[in-house]
Structure formats: C-alpha cells, structure tokens
Write a protein of this length. Structure first.
Length: 271
C-alpha cells in the first residue's frame, strides 16, 4: 500500500514539475564531482535533487540577490551535492535522513561565531571561530557563497557535503557527535572503534607536530571528524583510502556507494 502511494506521489510530482533535462546537463558540466557519474546514477541523482529543491527552501542572503547569478543549474548543482550523500539509499531512507533539513541559506561570506568548549580536563575555552558553514538540529544549513563556489571538485573540500553530513549525524541526537543512525548491518561498536581510532590518530599527530593525512579540522571534535571524513570520502576518496583504508571501507558500507570507483585519475598523487 505504501509503495503504491509513493509511486502515485512520484508520478504526480513529475506531471506537475517536469524534470529539467537541459538544466541538469548544465549542472553536471559545471561540477567535476557530478561529471563522472554513470548514466543510471546521474539520472537518479538528478531527479532526487529536483525533488529536493521542491521540498526544501534554498535562499540567498539579501546582499547576494541583486548581484549573484544563481540560476536553475546552480540550484540543481547545490541540491545534487547534498543528495550525493544518500545516492546509495532508498527514497524512504533519503527522506528520513534529510527530514531535519528545511532550508539552505547562502551567505555572502564566511562568518564568525563565539564558541565555548570544554576540553578533556574540564577546562572551558572561549574563542572566535570563522566558519564556512553551520548546521543545527532544526535550524537552516548555512553556507558561505565563496566556499560554495569552491565546492564540487575532487579536492577534498566541499562545504555542502560537510554540512549535510552534520545533518545525518543529528539524526539521532541534538548535537553532532560523529555517531549517526546506523543501518542494521553495521555494528555500533565497530563504528565507534574505527572512527575513534582515526580521531585519536589525528590528535596524536598534531600533538607530535606531524602533518595529518586529511584536513586537521577533523581532529577538533568527533563530529567534525565524521564530517571531514565524509568530505574526503566523496571528493578525495583516494586520499582517505590511502590514509585510513578501514574507515574508507566502513563508509562504503554506510553510504552503499564507492566514489573511489568514479574518481578520475590524478596526474600527481595528493599528499
């Protein structure tokens, strides 16, 4: 019964909102991250992004409205980067995962927040943090326009994927902790062991003055470790696989896809 209702709703949506094939082709041509998708994956992602745009609100800050072109291909490109995380999941799983996403707000530039954090010794630290994006449980996903424009390639940086990964993380709590809702086939004990092992390795490297194999922002908090690792999984999977192969394999199972298989060969290995 539910399956029949879902199919009816899908057909009704398509009748009212025909899929913009030309705009989707243009969106894919603009982002290297989308250009390497196979035809089946590209078709499924494009239609999911199209529905995402109608289900969520994508807003430009008033300071950007008059000066910034944000046409339909650009909107589809943004939505596709969000939906790339759930490409391997069913439509029901996708909708449930992003049920807490109501709006994506694009700001003119990076912004600052006053942050209070308690360290492992119980000492409270206060500092000003400059951010490219921000996410809360029921609030909007906020991204800075310059960082949005830098997202979409295979560099390991993607503000949309990072912030939507936080939304996945928030699926079972009111704060990001690096522990999203897991499918039955993944043991929570395995998830904790693998992710905490990566986080602790990153922290140890920093404490010893060593370079980290992925963005060292991942060492700041377990929730940021998850989001940064998701960025690398989708946009620099070769780097993540080389640095932390067990974590990469775990994320392949979690996302039910392997971006490494569609990543173009690099002319020179990324450090």
């Amino acid at each position: 019964m539910l399956g029949h209702l879902r199919r009816w709703r899908a057909k009704s949506f398509e009748a009212r909102h025909p899929f913009p094939e030309e705009a989707w082709r243009e969106a894919r041509s603009r982002l290297p991250l989308l250009a390497t998708l196979g035809d089946d994956d590209a078709g499924r992602l494009g239609r999911r992004a199209w529905r995402f745009l109608h289900a969520k609100r994508v807003s430009l800050h008033p300071a950007l409205v008059e000066t910034t072109p944000f046409d339909l291909p650009a909107q589809l490109a943004l939505a596709a980067q969000a939906c790339l995380l759930t490409l391997g999941w069913s439509e029901t799983e996708h909708e449930e995962a992003f049920a807490g996403v109501h709006e994506i707000l694009i700001l003119p530039d990076a912004f600052q927040r006053q942050v209070e954090e308690m360290d492992e010794f119980g000492v409270m630290h206060e500092y000003v943090d400059e951010r490219a994006g921000e996410t809360s449980s029921q609030g909007p996903v906020v991204v800075a326009f310059p960082d949005l424009m830098e997202s979409g390639d295979w560099s390991g940086f993607n503000v949309v994927i990072h912030e939507l990964a936080h939304k996945l993380d928030l699926g079972n709590s009111l704060d990001v902790d690096g522990f999203p809702p897991l499918p039955r086939e993944i043991d929570p004990r395995e998830w904790h062991r693998v992710f905490m092992g990566v986080w602790q390795d990153l922290r140890a490297r920093l404490e010893h003055g060593e370079a980290t194999p992925i963005d060292d922002y991942a060492a700041s908090h377990p929730g940021e470790c998850f989001a940064v690792c998701c960025e690398h999984f989708f946009t620099a999977p070769d780097v993540l696989h080389r640095a932390y192969p067990e974590l990469h394999a775990l994320l392949v199972r979690y996302f039910r896809q392997d971006p490494l298989a569609r990543q173009p060969a690099r002319s020179e290995p990324t450090p």
